[in-house]
Every structure is written in structure tokens, then in C-alpha cells.
Write a new protein. Sequence first.
Lengths: 168, 102
Amino acid sequence: MDELSYNIAFYILAAMTVASAIGVVTKPNLVHSSFLLALCFIGISGLYVLLQADFLAAVQILVYSGAVAILIVLGLMLTQRSSMENTNQNSGWRRGTLLVCGCLLLVILIVIGATPWHYSSAPAAQDTPSVIAQLLLTDYMVAFETAAVLLLAAMMGAIALAKGGKEE
Amino acid sequence: MIGLVHYLTLAAILFVIGVYGILTKRNVIALLMSIELMLNAVNLNLVAFSRYIQPDVLTGQVFAIFSITVAATEVAVGLALVFRVYHDHHTVHIDKLNQMRW
């Protein structure tokens, strides 16, 4: 991909992601917020494609847009009784929060600008799924198995929590 | 030329939007959505570091995969908790869920 089209793609995807993220926290209707969240995840997966992380882009769409966003919509539908209007209210002190967030962003940007990054000019790894599989089943074997146990525990915990036991 | 700094800046903006959501929202599910935004910003950072600092070994992408796993479990358990709280208290508005304050 030549540089101009790469830049254009980056800025379009970045604008889409940031705009939908802002929509998530400002829309008064929670259903709109959750669909914008799915759009934001899709924008981030496009950015992963630009970063040549094709496997992660697929995982992002599958897990985040496919599972997490839909799960959140389901959770919304099950916990809101009447209409969805005005379900996503803000608290009173928005101005102070904006100030705090602006300061945080400023600090992060200053740190990013002040850090001397050591770029590498090596070409990006091709065929990432097989390389990642190799890494997961050799170097990160223990972490991989721990993640499996974590998923099982979370699944059982979620079932137990949502079903609810009898309180004697 | 788009470089690492662009991606880090974008991730910082996303993270700060998530922080703003956490601090202002009053619905528990909206808080979960803001947490997801922040986790995504961190994943974007990891992948950008992987691409620009060490592109030949994919350590950053493996970290991002583990981070996605933990985020998925977090949202599952979080929503189960929300269902439980809604079942017991008939609300998900955090101003009304203040029994544990004292």
C-alpha cells in the first residue's frame, strides 16, 4: 500500500473510531450507545489491519463486535423496564470531569512526545496466525492454559451469579 | 508518515473518552461500555508497539490476545453481576445502589 492511501485510511478509521467513542459516552439513549460501541470496535479492527495484525483484526471483530457488544445490548434489553429514552444520563459535574480528562490527555501526550522511541526497521512478520500459534503453544504455554482456566471459572461464575443460589 | 506516535495519540484519546464515561455515567451497563473502550485503547497500544518497536516477534499481539480474553471474561461476569443486582434491587442506576457505602 502506498503512503498516501495508508494515511487516508488511518485518518478515516481514526476519525470513525473517535467519533463513535464520543457518541458512546454522550448519546442519551443507551441502545444507540451500544451500537456505536460496536462501530468503534470495527474501526479499531481496521486499525489492526493497518498495523498488519490480521489475526487480531479478525479476533477483534469476532469477540468484541460479535460477542461483547451484542452481550451488552442483551444486558440492556433485560434490565430496562420501560422505554430506552434518556437511559444514559450524565451526572451533574460534567465540567470538572472534562477538565480532569483534558489534563490526563495532556499529560499522556506530553509523555508520548518526550519519550525517545527506538524504532525497528525490520519488516513486519507475515502470516501472523501461525507465528502466534507457535508462540502461544511454546513460550506462553502456561499463560495460555491459565487463560483457559480463567475462561472456565468466569463462565461458571457468571452462571452461578446470574442464576442465583438459594439463600438459606 | 503515520508512525507509532499517531497510534499512541489515538489510543490516548480513546482512553480519556473511556475515563470520561466512567466518571460521568450513571448506568452500570454504560460503565461497562466505558471500561471496554479503555481496554480497547490499551490493546491498540500493545499492537502498535508490536508493529513499530519489535515487528519480527509478535509478543505484543500475544499480549493483546490475552488482554482480549480477560476483557471478555470481565464483561461476562460484570453482566451477570448486573443481572443479579437488577433482580435484587430492580434498578441499575448507581446512585440508588448505595447500600454498601457505609
